[in-house]
Design a protein around this ligand. Sequence first.
Ligand SMILES: *[C@@H]1O[C@H](CO)[C@@H](O)[C@H](O)[C@H]1NC(C)=O
Ligand SMILES: *[C@@H]1O[C@H](CO)[C@@H](O)[C@H](O)[C@H]1NC(C)=O
Ligand SMILES: *[C@@H]1O[C@H](CO)[C@@H](O)[C@H](O)[C@H]1NC(C)=O
Ligand SMILES: *[C@@H]1O[C@H](CO)[C@@H](O)[C@H](O)[C@H]1NC(C)=O
Ligand SMILES: *[C@@H]1O[C@H](CO)[C@@H](O)[C@H](O)[C@H]1NC(C)=O
Ligand SMILES: *[C@@H]1O[C@H](CO)[C@@H](O)[C@H](O)[C@H]1NC(C)=O
Length: 341
Amino acid sequence: MKLSIIGAALALSTGVLAHPEKLTEASAAHHHTTRSTNACAAQIEARAEATALRRRERLSQRSAEKRNIYPTIQNSTCVLAPETVWGPYGIDGELYRHDVRENQAGIDLYLDIGVIDVETCEPLPDAYLTIWSCNATGSYSGYTGIDPDTADLLDGYTKSTQGTTDNETFLRGITKTDEQGMSEFLTIFPGYYVSRTTHIHVTVQTNVTSRDETSYNSASGGVQHLGQLFFPEDLINSVYALAPYSQHLATLNRTTNAEDSLYASASADGYSAVVSTALLGETLAEGLVGYITIGVNRSAEAATTTGGSVNPQGFLPTASPAAGAQENAYAVDRAEGYVDK
Ligand SMILES: *[C@@H]1O[C@H](CO)[C@@H](O)[C@H](O)[C@H]1NC(C)=O
Ligand SMILES: *[C@@H]1O[C@H](CO)[C@@H](O)[C@H](O)[C@H]1NC(C)=O
Ligand SMILES: *[C@@H]1O[C@H](CO)[C@@H](O)[C@H](O)[C@H]1NC(C)=O
Ligand SMILES: *[C@@H]1O[C@H](CO)[C@@H](O)[C@H](O)[C@H]1NC(C)=O
Ligand SMILES: *[C@@H]1O[C@H](CO)[C@@H](O)[C@H](O)[C@H]1NC(C)=O
Ligand SMILES: *[C@@H]1O[C@H](CO)[C@@H](O)[C@H](O)[C@H]1NC(C)=O
């Protein structure tokens, strides 16, 4: 199978939208401190040649071997360093798994994330990654009662005391890096909602001592990275030309990367929070593979999960997945060839 890089397409520009997410620029700026990864550039670059070869080999085996496309840290995108914010849709204590798609329609995205320790410039094993994103038409699990076009509570829904509207778990999950500092999620390319460009939220939690310690409030580890991953404009427009994404354009024009304030802060100081992507097959519908490196500083102060800047509620709700949901998630992963726990 040939690896085709996404071709350029027209960048559809839309008007600026109101309703900025309730996130403070001050809190985003606060996290810019002490997360420098520039010092690791040489070490990452040194790995590039060998890993590029292995990457091509793995991609050519892709259809037979549906996991871990990038076996080691790459330098095909820049290191993601500046910190962003939780946003209103974070939830603590998600399911531990690779495949977070559940029943959500959309284009498959194998999201390979490499984590490096910015103090040693070495890959960081056993780093716990959490991702969450909206579905193809802009809804987040746990908050499906929120209108993606206005961010208001829909008629017929009430919020529970911890702020969620439901116990759905789609497009959220936790996994950890292997001995090469690599991890992979299987998700769908995200949709969009009011006032924000297309993104996937990500956290990295280090110092976790046990696989079951998947709570941010755990005493065993702090959240050393809190970020958002973005995508190129031409790719976003190509995806949204396809169903089911395209149906959302009838009710909400998307916010572009250039219009999104958090995109700018996540891309500050020459860093890039844009995922490097390639087609898995000949067409977009056959799926995408994305790669990004995240640099974390284990010595830096951990991000907080309570307080005014966390989200509009001032604390992260804790998930209550249905009974058996974790076992089902493991079964789905095993069936797809993912073996790590
Ligand atoms: C990645 O590689 C590019 C081109 O080889 C180089 O300019 C850049 O500095 C590297 N970035 C990092 C973070 O290693
Ligand atoms: C996204 O989730 C919402 C809420 O559950 C649902 O109504 C909608 O159909 C979903 N979108 C797609 C494309 O499945
Ligand atoms: C989620 O499930 C828990 C436990 O069953 C329940 O107490 C809670 O009310 C549910 N939350 C919502 C928003 O449905
Ligand atoms: C994580 O471990 C590092 C290295 O042992 C230590 O310096 C740091 O304080 C720890 N961080 C947290 C949040 O426990
Ligand atoms: C999207 O933007 C176009 C061009 O400005 C406008 O004609 C259209 O009404 C907008 N659609 C929605 C759903 O707001
Ligand atoms: C990591 O964080 C510590 C504590 O804030 C800081 O002293 C150190 O310079 C940081 N290291 C890097 C490489 O950013």
